[in-house]
Design a protein around this ligand. Structure first.
Ligand code: MRU
Length: 378
């Protein structure tokens, strides 16, 4: 396969807007998001002045991706606290917005805990709200630091697993700065390999039905000057068969205690392909994505999304479940759809899980638990 037109322009500026920030305009505090439903054609901010607005943004995927959902959940609780609202209710609303990414509830609960502990120490409501915001900011910073550490561990692992010059990496969904306080998870590994001069090609799965790969990963790859190409999800099989994939690199929304990985639908078929073709299948996620309370893959709640995402072209804005349809039909009138947002990859198909604390390989529940224990000791 010819490589000559695979290079993207180098040195394009990063987006001027931040992916997620806390703001305190005269009208009251707000969580301000880069609206991901409008990318790549428009870089527009979405101002969420209260928890219901933020919940709406989470449901429509204006803000998305496991680590960023954790950060959004944290700031969402800080927002409720700053508005003098019921923090426990805010946790319920935020946690219920999407069921699969464990980070969302983790971020919301952690910030609520900081609020309650400040209150328990005698802080008034304003000071407790300040403690909540400080915790949300700490979570944001920690995610950036975890991202850098994952990139280091992951690129080292790839250098060990792959022969020199064999860094043609296939990725699915979107795992870069758009989902993180830093440079992301799987994408951050590819980015580091690129900076070290080892990335030959990033294969970007388009990621049906909402095109997180084609719209968002391609956007990030172009901005960082990575050599990349987009493919339809169904083209991955022939790409493997042609010997064009050296490793698969994906993120995760929830990792069960046994090492089962819930990630964007379409990840599991890639793991099966990778096994058949003897290609490493590597998952990159912070330890906050590991959920000891979910024993195995069968226990993961997989979000089912609106049929219209499959039966209509709704871009740039996905239609929330129950809302009026406004897209152009892509299926026969009246067609029903199967639209799970995630799938589960069993641990035996995963070569390694890379976290900020190090790498688990082979993937076992015991190995994973040991690694997570390191992060809770800090
Ligand atoms: O439905 P999305 O777009 O929120 O799904 C996101 C993914 O599946 C990502 O791969 C996952 O959150 C890992 S992000 C580092």
């Amino acid at each position: 396969m010819a490589d000559q037109d695979a290079r993207s322009p180098v040195g394009i500026e990063p987006p001027a807007l931040s992916v997620l920030r806390w703001d305190e305009p005269p009208g009251g505090p707000a969580v301000v998001l880069l609206d991901q439903t409008r990318l790549p054609s428009q870089e527009v901010e979405l101002v969420c002045g209260d928890v219901p607005a933020l919940v709406g943004a989470i449901r429509t995927l204006a803000v998305r991706g496991a680590p960023l959902l954790g950060i959004a959940g944290g700031y969402g609780v800080a927002l409720a606290a700053a508005r003098g609202e019921d923090v426990g209710r805010a946790v319920e609303l935020l946690e219920g917005a999407r069921p699969t990414a464990v980070n969302l509830g983790y971020g919301a609960r952690r910030v609520a805990e900081a609020y309650r502990s400040a209150e328990a120490k005698g802080a008034d409501r304003e000071r407790a709200a300040g403690a909540a915001l400080a915790e949300a900011r700490a979570l944001h910073r920690e995610d950036a630091a975890a991202s850098a550490r994952m990139a280091r561990h992951g690129s080292q692992l790839l250098a060990e697993l792959l022969p020199e010059g064999a860094h043609r990496l296939l990725t699915h969904c979107n795992t870069g700065a758009l989902v993180s306080g830093g440079e992301g998870t799987a994408f951050a590994v590819a980015l580091r390999a690129h900076r070290e001069g080892r990335l030959r090609q990033l294969w970007v799965d388009e990621t049906r039905p909402l095109l997180q790969g084609a719209r968002l990963t391609a956007y990030e790859a172009a901005r960082n000057g990575l050599p990349y190409r987009v493919l339809t999800d169904s083209a991955a099989g022939s790409l493997f068969a042609a010997g064009e994939v050296d490793a698969v690199l994906i993120g995760a929304d929830r990792i069960a205690a046994d090492g089962s990985v819930a990630n964007k639908v379409g990840s599991y078929p890639l793991a099966v392909l990778a096994k058949y073709h003897h290609v490493p299948f590597v998952v990159v996620a912070p330890t906050s994505t590991v959920d000891p309370g979910t024993p195995d893959g069968a226990a993961v709640v997989v979000e089912q999304r609106s049929a219209s995402e499959v039966t209509e072209f709704t871009f740039p804005r996905p239609v929330p479940a129950g809302a009026e349809k406004d897209g152009e039909a892509s299926a026969a009138v009246g067609a029903q759809a199967y639209n799970p947002a995630f799938d589960i990859t069993p641990p035996e198909l995963v070569t390694a899980i890379v976290t900020e604390e190090g790498v688990v390989s082979p993937v076992t529940g015991v190995g994973l638990a040991e690694l997570c224990a390191r992060s809770s000791q800090v």
